[in-house]
Design a protein around this ligand. Structure first.
Ligand SMILES: C[S@@+](CC[C@H](N)C(=O)[O-])C[C@H]1O[C@@H](n2cnc3c(N)ncnc32)[C@H](O)[C@@H]1O
Length: 205
């Protein structure tokens, strides 16, 4: 079975999760990551995406891996761990003060699945909206955004919101994502904060 294949591959390559292959496949399709970039990874635990991002950007780049759950330390020197909830209002300030703006913000955040699809979808969308809101504080111009969503009633509305900030937006389900799972990934390229002036009050939190 496919899940066994990616699970085994992750083990043999030393990745912490089979999710690593989703990010690799997204990058293979869209050629997003570059050497020396700064990347913010939301919902990073156990750390498969963080490892992939770390390797793609190389030793002169930096990945800031953030999760409300514990993330065990990495051997890679270009990774910083922040044990924080992404809903924490101070998160933008904490990141900006220590690291400045990033070239890419990636989010694989998801709730604990309850099996109640509309509830899970709604929590997932609110996590994705928080991640999108964080791009407005934390992304450099021309930066990129990769974010997990569940396919459902709010997906198209979310894509409309993405289009306000990114010149190019794509939806992609990588082969490593289980077919029966509703998850899908949105990719935003070339961040451009056209709404800047109207957001000043919102930004002063
Ligand atoms: C599917 S896992 C991420 C897997 C990870 N990308 C990897 O490759 O190993 C989803 C993560 O989102 C995190 N998460 C969910 N809600 C969060 C929140 N409000 N703040 C921070 N992390 C959150 C969970 O703790 C969980 O570790």
């Amino acid at each position: 079975m496919k899940e066994d294949f990616y699970y085994q591959q992750a083990r043999s390559k030393g990745y912490r999760s089979r999710a690593s292959f989703k990010l690799l496949q997204i990058n293979n399709k869209f050629s997003i990551f570059r050497k020396d970039q700064t990347i913010i990874d939301l919902g990073a635990s156990p750390g498969g995406w963080t490892q992939v991002a770390s390797h793609l950007i190389g030793g002169n780049g930096k990945v800031i891996a953030i999760d409300k759950s514990y993330i065990s330390p990495f051997k890679e020197k270009n990774i910083e761990i922040l044990n924080k909830d992404i809903l924490n209002r101070n998160l933008p300030t904490i990141i900006l003060e220590s690291y400045g703006k990033a070239d890419g913000l990636i989010s694989d955040c998801s709730p604990n699945i309850t099996g109640d699809f509309s509830r899970d979808h709604s929590i997932q969308i609110s996590l994705a909206r928080r991640a999108l809101a964080l791009t407005q504080y934390l992304l450099k111009d021309d930066g990129f955004f990769i974010c997990k969503l569940f396919q459902g009633s709010e997906l198209q509305e979310f894509m409309k919101e993405m289009k306000e900030y990114f010149e190019k937006t794509k939806l992609h389900k990588p082969a490593a994502s289980r077919k029966k799972s509703a998850e899908i990934y949105v990719v935003g390229l070339k961040y451009n904060d056209r709404k800047d002036s109207s957001k000043e009050t919102e930004k002063s939190e």
